[in-house]
Design a protein around this ligand. Structure first.
Ligand code: NAD
Length: 497
């Protein structure tokens, strides 16, 4: 299934879930409201989807709470939960083409990226948390002899997850897998741009044996469904991935309601530092291009600022531009396309506005900068590189969330670190150097949740992912993400001596 015509045929035959999934049932919005799910690569309306509001959120939270209190999932043994989540991982892979297609049609990414990366990634995350469950032990505190004090991890209850559109299936999986593994019930709100894979995933979870009501999905807008979850008095934890602006709203919703725990994975403006002592400049250039152009640049940890030591700057930019040409967008269903469509017309306009503004500010457009049309859609942007970007310009400071790279020269290590850290964000950073001492020194000084050395945007289920400053707090992936979905209970047994 790698031919364009195969994917086109599948796309014609593909059905879409148009309802919320609550208590294991497909549910319409009580108000009858719907929103159009649009394929950004063609402009075609794929389906009208239930636009959930407060009524459906209340219903979904009730369903999650009842399932939690009934213990149908929360009190199952770790091994039983493990078996269900392992079956879900298998079902994700068994439905690999459909899930890949749903994300590609819904938000414009190349279908083969979804097939090669996103779908196996989601299955791997469910498998990894499932496998962890019967290997985790709790603690006994070093108290006096006449005391036994246990420290146990307990599920929180009802977790709400609000996620973005850039990796619809994976962002859902990163929240759901550990939250469910820990025994919680979950209400998931996918982004309004990309509801389909989350809805299909929830049906697969029920097929895998997850009891009805444990996982509920409420498609809809942020200002209605998302806000209702944020303000809900019976949600214990709100796990969010999205923009910094909306992340701040969730802190406010929590303060205005029940002080639910809020965990934020927000935006970024990650710096990639290339030092003159880097021996493999060709690889560094290839990865610098990948770091900004993969997924149309719609990546929170995209390496959107490239800092190059002045002595190799011009040579490096030449290599980079050669690599950038490989990332021309095309039909997302064409297996030869390395980039696809920008998620919608609004985001396309925003990226183009950044490009025009940066040109007006006097930076040099080294390549790209053009809006392109395919199959009747204008939501395509050529890979864009600006050189001579001032560290104080908008492009150097604000998240674009598109295929636009800001290149800046630097002279000294101190200057590079200073510019890299001079950001409101602190999600990720990369550095390239073959000097072991410099690599360690600079890695320590960079303020970021992940520092990749001699690669970009390193990421694995085994390692925590998240940031500091206005990129948020708390970590997805790894065993550390259980910190978000469990709380510590101390039980003190006073013994008679
Ligand atoms: P967004 O913040 O606009 O939306 C994210 C989610 O929040 C969506 O489900 C949306 O419906 C909901 N939402 C929007 N307004 C809301 C409101 N007023 N109240 C409640 N919920 C609301 O972000 P986006 O455009 O979907 O995604 C892009 C952003 O996500 C970028 O800033 C990117 O950096 C960030 N992101 C971060 C990570 C990470 O792990 N740090 C990963 C992926 C994306």
């Amino acid at each position: 299934m790698y031919e364009l015509s195969d994917w086109q045929q599948r796309a014609r035959d593909q059905g879409f879930i148009k309802h919320a999934l609550i208590q294991g049932r497909r549910v319409s919005a009580q108000s009858g409201a719907t929103f159009a799910a649009i394929n950004p690569a063609t402009g075609e309306v794929l389906a009208q989807v239930a636009a959930c509001g407060e009524a459906e959120v209340n219903q979904a939270v009730r369903s999650a709470r009842q399932a939690y209190e009934a213990g149908v999932w929360s009190r199952r043994t770790p091994v039983e939960r493990k078996q269900v989540l392992l079956r879900l991982a298998e079902l994700i892979l068994a439905n690999r083409s459909e899930l890949a297609l749903l994300d590609s049609l819904n938000m414009g990414k190349p279908v083969m990226d979804a097939w090669n990366i996103d779908v196996p990634g989601a299955a791997g995350v469910f498998r990894w948390y499932a496998e962890s469950l019967d290997k985790l032990y709790d603690e006994v505190a070093p108290t006096a002899q006449n005391v036994l004090a246990t420290i146990t991890r307990e599920a929180l209850g009802v977790v709400a997850a609000v996620v973005p559109w850039n990796f619809p299936l994976d962002m859902a999986a990163w929240k759901l897998a550990p939250a469910l593994a820990a025994g919680n019930s979950v209400v998931l709100k996918p982004a309004e741009q990309s509801p389909f894979s989350a809805l299909r995933l929830a049906e697969l979870a029920i097929e895998a044996g997850l009891p009805e009501g444990v996982l509920n999905v409420v498609p809809g807008f942020g200002e209605s469904a998302g806000k209702a979850l944020g303000l809900h008095m019976d949600v214990d934890c709100l796990a969010f991935t999205g923009s910094t602006e909306v992340g701040k709203y969730f802190m406010g919703y929590s303060a205005q309601s029940n002080l639910k725990q809020v965990w934020l994975e927000c935006g970024g403006k990650s710096a990639n530092l290339v030092f003159a002592d880097c021996q493999n400049l060709d690889l560094a250039a290839e990865k610098a291009a990948f770091g900004i152009f993969f997924n149309q640049g719609e990546v929170c940890s995209a390496n959107s600022r490239l800092l190059v030591q002045r002595s190799i700057h011009d040579e490096f930019v030449e290599r980079l531009l050669a690599k950038a040409r490989d990332w021309m967008p095309g039909d997302p269903l064409d297996p030869s396309s390395r980039a696809g469509a920008i998620v919608d017309a609004g985001q396309t306009a925003r990226v183009m506005e950044f490009i025009r503004g940066t040109e007006a500010e006097g930076a040099s457009l080294a390549c790209g900068g053009r809006q392109l049309s395919f199959n009747g859609s204008d939501n395509f942007i050529s890979p864009t590189v600006f050189t001579g970007v001032s560290p104080s310009s908008r492009l150097a400071r604000e998240e674009v969330f598109g295929p636009v790279l800001a290149v800046m020269p630097f002279d000294s290590e101190d200057e590079a670190v200073h510019v890299a850290n001079d950001s409101v964000y602190g999600l990720a950073a990369s550095l390239w150097s073959d000097d072991l001492n410099r690599a360690h020194r600079v890695a320590r000084r960079l303020k970021a949740g992940t520092v990749s050395v001699n690669t970009v945007d390193a990421l694995d289920v085994t390692t925590p992912f998240g940031g500091g400053k206005q990129s948020g707090f708390g970590r997805d992936l790894s065993l550390h993400s259980f910190d978000k979905y469990t709380h510590l209970k101390t039980t003190w047994f006073q013994l008679r001596s």
